[in-house]
Design a protein around this ligand. Structure first.
Ligand code: AMP
Length: 280
C-alpha cells in the first residue's frame, strides 16, 4: 500500500494504472465499518482504489470541532492495509489550500443553504470545494459516498452534473450499530448515557416511516409529534423534514419516493441520519 501526501507523487503513481478504472473513496479518517464498507464497494468496481484522508478545514465553522476532530492515521492505515487498498492519499492542509484565506470555492446553490446548510452555512461550500479538488487531483472514474450523508450525496451528484465531470457517483447504504445508530466518527463524543439514548433518532425514523406507509397523519403533524418526542428525551432538534428523495424538495402529497431527514443535538454532539420510504 502506498501512502502519499503530495499531489505530484500521487499523480505519477496513478498514471501507472490509468489503463484501469480508478475508484475514489473520500474520507476525513477515523475509519469505522461505515467507511470500510465504502472501500469494499469500491473494490467491486476495480482493484485500483484510492482512499483519501483529509480533515477539511473549509467545512468546519469557527465554533465547530475542527481542532478536536478525531485523527487516527496509524490505525486508519492499518485498516486499509488489511483490505489491500493500493493507494491512500493523506495531504497536508498546505497541499490542498496553498492559500487557505484566499482560494477558489465551488458553490452548489440553493440546496447548500437548506436543511443542514441552515445550521452550518459554510458546510456544503467546503464539501463541494474539497470534493471537486479531490476529483481534479485523482481524476477517478468512480467515487463512492455514503447515504448516511444524504444531502451531501445529493449536492455532489448535482455538482458532477452541473460541472460535466466524467465521474460516476455511487451511493452506499448507511452502516448502523446493532441498536440502529448510524455509525459516525462523532459518536465517540457521546457520554455513555447519551450513547444509549442516541438510537432514538433511528427509532424516530422508523416510526415516521411506518406513519407515512399507513398514511395516518399529515406530514406537518408527523413532524411536530416527532420533534416533541425527541425534545422530551434530551434532544435539541435542528430539523426533521420529509423530502422528495430525488429532488430533496419538501415532499408533496403525490411524491412516492421520500426521504426523512433528521439533525439533532444530544448534549454537545450533533447527530444526523435519514431513511428512505417508498409509498405505493
Ligand atoms: P466522513 O469521514 O465522515 O467525512 O465520511 C466519509 C464517507 O463515509 C462519506 O461518503 C460518508 O457518507 C461515508 N459514511 C460515513 N458514515 C457512514 C455510515 N455509517 N455508513 C455508510 N457510509 C458512511
Amino acid at each position: 500500500m502506498l501512502s502519499i501526501q503530495d499531489i505530484p507523487t500521487l499523480r505519477q503513481q496513478l498514471k501507472k494504472v490509468h489503463d484501469q478504472k480508478i475508484v475514489l473513496v473520500p474520507t476525513m479518517g477515523n475509519l469505522h465499518q461505515g467507511h470500510l464498507e465504502l472501500v469494499t464497494r469500491a473494490q467491486s468496481y476495480s482493484k485500483q482504489v484510492i482512499v483519501s484522508i483529509f480533515v477539511n478545514p473549509l467545512q468546519f465553522g469557527p465554533n465547530e470541532d475542527f481542532a478536536t476532530y478525531p485523527r487516527t492515521l496509524e490505525s486508519d492505515l492499518a485498516k486499509l492495509q488489511a483490505l489491500n487498498v493500493p493507494f491512500v492519499f493523506t495531504p497536508r492542509i498546505e497541499d490542498i489550500y496553498p492559500q487557505l484565506d484566499n482560494h477558489t470555492q465551488v458553490a452548489v446553490p440553493k440546496i447548500s443553504d437548506d436543511l443542514c446548510g441552515i445550521f452550518r452555512p459554510h458546510f456544503f461550500y467546503g464539501v463541494a470545494t474539497i470534493v471537486c479538488k479531490l476529483f481534479n487531483i485523482v481524476q477517478p472514474d468512480i467515487a463512492i459516498f455514503g447515504e448516511k450523508d444524504f444531502q451531501q450525496l445529493h449536492i455532489i451528484k448535482k455538482m458532477v452534473q452541473d460541472l460535466c465531470l466524467p465521474i460516476e457517483i455511487v451511493a452506499a447504504p448507511t452502516v448502523r450499530e446493532s441498536d440502529g445508530l448510524a455509525m459516525s466518527s462523532r459518536n465517540q463524543y457521546l457520554s455513555n448515557e447519551f450513547r444509549v439514548q442516541a438510537n432514538e433518532i433511528y427509532q424516530t425514523l422508523e416510526n415516521i416511516k411506518s406513519q407515512l406507509l399507513t398514511k395516518q397523519n399529515s406530514y406537518a403533524e408527523i413532524i411536530s409529534n416527532a420533534i416533541s418526542n425527541l425534545e422530551n428525551k434530551n434532544f435539541k432538534v435542528d430539523y426533521i423534514s420529509i423530502r422528495d428523495k430525488n429532488t430533496l424538495l419538501p415532499a408533496q402529497k403525490e411524491d412516492a419516493e421520500l426521504v426523512i431527514l433528521i439533525a439533532a443535538w444530544l448534549g454537545s454532539t450533533r447527530l444526523i441520519d435519514n431513511m428512505t420510504v417508498k409509498l405505493c
